[in-house]
Ligand binder design. Sequence first.
Ligand code: ACO
Length: 323
Amino acid sequence: MARFSRIIGTGGYLPEKVLTNAELERSIDTTDAWITERTGIRQRHIAAEGEFTVDLAEAASRQALEAAGLSSVDLIVVATTTPDRVFPSTACLLQSRLDIHGGPAFDVQAVCAGFIYALSVADHFIKAGTANTALVVGAETFSRIIDWTDRDTCVLFGDGAGAVVLRADDGPGILSTHLHADGDYADLLHVPKGVSTNLASVQAGTAYVEMSGREVFRMAVQKLGELVDEALQANGLERGDIDRLVPHQANIRIITATAKKLRMPMDRVVLTVAEHGNTSAASIPLALDVAVKRGDIKDGDRLLLEGFGGGFTWGGALVEWRS
Ligand code: ACO
């Protein structure tokens, strides 16, 4: 009998503090009109001092577990670019918070495509019969790797966490996942320092996101367009067969280009970019959680989840929704 993973619970958490475009106007040379027009972002949430990635992950995970009616899972995978410690992984810290013990727990690092990577890994564990249940989390305190004086990057990002619980089922579920990377583009979107290259700069908090925005934009549109074709082809589907797009929320113009590729009207696209900004690995599960809680997603809907990020990394998951 075929074995699928089904999403049986979602959760999301955003830090309390909201940073609006109007507030950014007061600290850097920018305008609300420029940010809104170029990105679609109106505000973002920022973690409080002393509030860390695992705190955000825990809040989202508790909601997802409650929605799933589970208190434990066989596997925990956390997608994050902003872990609390060099080690142990944020997944291990989260496992302890949730009083879950003994099963595998690890982090996946694929920046804004991180949640898709984590979802794919967990899906493969479940399909292989290695796990029956899994908690998959995207959690970021991206504000900590942003230079808040750099207008090219600081207007784009925010903090947050989203989570899903998967359970093995004999029907879909996740229909397919598609992962890609091309490390030749590493320098176009990166934090140029790391543990082995200069730990002191990381500790001093001077290792920040650097981005060639136009090139990232162009490649994101191209690769996500190719991904749409790949996901449809793998499932023998046509463009009109997808009911909802749940995209990574980096920029409304990238999202619009992907929707156009799907020939999908924008009212079928889950949009949180205006309120959340780009929360990197958290943005897709956060958007999914918002749509689920709003009651936008109906039984039998086919969803395309997709993301593109540093690496470059990109990927997608085609999901048939069962409530
Ligand atoms: N406010 C006002 N002006 C600004 C700002 C700002 N915040 N930032 C840049 N500008 C200026 C630039 O200096 C430039 O001025 P110039 O023409 O005098 O040189 C002008 O605006 C236009 O800049 P562009 O870079 O051409 O603007 P563009 O239309 O490309 O928009 C943006 C920039 C929004 C960054 C866009 O390129 C983009 O969204 N790129 C993709 C970014 C992305 O998705 N990154 C995340 C990927 S996910 C991850 O892995 C982290």
